[in-house]
Ligand binder design. Structure first.
Ligand SMILES: *[C@@H]1O[C@H](CO)[C@@H](O)[C@H](O)[C@H]1NC(C)=O
Length: 264
């Protein structure tokens, strides 16, 4: 028994040198290393509606809201920087999301994912020093990763065949890894692995799991043309999409819990 405990202690010590684990518990949300918050009025910490006893984040999406509506008032956002001074090139992010029984997917919307560099990285700029790998929900419980990467990235033909971007054009983001991810009325765990590419090479990796089942794996990713590392979590959720047909027709709520990052 003592030898087992010693071995366990040793294993934990060794692994903590090579990896870093950050756990986001909404009971301690005030101590999360966050910044750049917006639409804070649409989020609150509540008891898990499924009765686990956990504190979870409840997000409001008012009727008519979608991301490109001028003055959009739907959903919420903030960024999490969990790595301190560490330069992180490989990480997994997982969290759980609950869409209640009265949820309407409409055409889809954003969900959290990893990001690197500037928080303002978007479909409208060159993204030379930033990237993001947010998830999205889509019609009928579909899901996918929605990538912003450097617009001068040299993508592989395999990547271009997999993405939803027309002609692999960098005009907006790259949807990739899509399939049925979500049901309503139960907690669903989604996880992404991001291994950044070597600048100038097509050797990055993106892997996606839903409820521990692998949904996607691709090892010729180009996330960056420079050396930008993984900065943390872009917690962003809203409907859209840049046209009004992405808007939620009624006020709906989602819930989030159990954020966890591991680096390797
Ligand atoms: C793009 O990457 C491929 C594969 O590594 C390489 O053969 C090609 O020369 C690259 N093209 C440019 C413009 O860098």
């Amino acid at each position: 028994m003592k030898i087992f405990l010693l071995a366990l202690l040793l294993a934990v010590t060794i692994s903590s040198i090579e990896s870093l684990i950050w756990v986001g518990d909404f009971a301690n949300f005030a101590s999360w290393p966050i910044g750049n918050p917006y639409l804070t009025e649409n989020r609150e910490i509540v008891n898990d509606p499924k009765g686990s006893g956990q504190k979870v984040l409840k997000v409001k999406y008012p009727a008519g809201s979608y991301s490109s509506l001028p003055g959009n008032k739907g959903g919420t956002g903030f960024f999490v920087w969990p790595f301190g001074t560490n330069i992180i090139q490989h990480a997994t992010l997982e969290f759980e999301v609950l869409f209640p029984a009265d949820w309407d997917w409409v055409k889809g919307g954003k969900l959290p994912g990893l990001f690197g560099g500037r928080t303002s990285c978007s479909g409208g700029d060159m993204a030379l020093d930033c990237f993001s790998t947010r998830f999205m929900f889509g019609p009928n419980g579909g899901g996918y990763a929605y990538l912003y990467v450097s617009k001068v990235a040299n993508h592989s033909a395999e990547f271009c065949a997999l993405t939803t971007a027309p002609n692999c054009s960098p005009d907006w983001g790259y949807g990739i890894g899509g399939s049925k991810y979500f049901d309503k009325d139960r907690w669903i765990k989604i996880k992404q692995l991001v291994k950044l590419n070597t600048p100038g090479r097509q050797d990055g990796r993106l892997t996606i799991w839903v409820d521990n089942v692998q949904k996607f794996d691709f090892a010729k990713m180009v996330y960056r043309t420079g050396t930008v590392p993984i900065s943390g979590i872009a917690f962003e959720t809203f409907f859209g999409g840049n046209t009004a047909d992405w808007a939620t027709p009624k006020t709906v709520y989602s819930y989030f819990r159990n954020f966890r990052i591991e680096t390797f």
